[in-house]
Design a protein around this ligand. Sequence first.
Ligand code: IPE
Ligand code: IPE
Ligand code: MG
Length: 224
Amino acid sequence: MNPLNHVAIIMDGNGRWGLKYKRSRNSGHKAGLNTVEKIIKESLKQKIKYLTLYAFSTENWKRPKNEINYLFNLLENFLVNKINKLHEQNIKLKIIGNKNLSKKLSKLLSKSEKKTYFNSKLQINLALNYGSKIELLNAFKKIKRNNEKINEKNLTKHLLTKNIPDPEVLIRTGDTKRLSNFLLWQLAYTEIFFVRKLWPDFNEVDFVKIIKKFKTIKRNFGSI
Ligand code: IPE
Ligand code: IPE
Ligand code: MG
């Protein structure tokens, strides 16, 4: 049985779900938040140590302003209403991505990270304004600035995921098979599960099925 410490998820399909059932993309984002809560709960149950959720990419700024504002408001309300509950459950929140967001949101994010910093049951890495290419470029720049050797150890220590083990499992919902600039370095040997369901329809049963399947996979890492 493969050990499982870290699951990363590309939560895709909210917009299509919203249009299909409620005639608005934004209502799909709202519904997607319920799935986030379900998956956090199940991750605790499954004793997963790290859950990385792709919430907003560096490319998502190309979307209409009203959708972007809606997404960030949703996150803001979620944090205001749920951070105490997360804290009580011994969950640590870490933001990975460019935190140069609105003043109010940046403050709220730092506050939430600080509050939960010493928690140890589950670490949620929220990939927010995250892009893997810019993460890698910044890491190389830091190596150069510090006059360090270019090697794996030095590169990984300058990534936003420093001190976080690579994900063993990546799930992408929404019936799309691509990485969309997510964790390109960290996913080098990750088992990838593409799911047909749109994110708001994904649930804990689907999640557990993937975990069970993963545990039985023969992982070679280049060996036989
Ligand atoms: C959610 O799904 C991902 C986010 C960027 C928040 P989408 O909004 O991309 O949904 P689809 O792919 O358009 O259906
Ligand atoms: C990836 O989904 C980003 C998030 C889930 C936050 P997108 O819907 O933005 O990906 P593309 O644009 O279809 O590749
Ligand atoms: Mg999408």
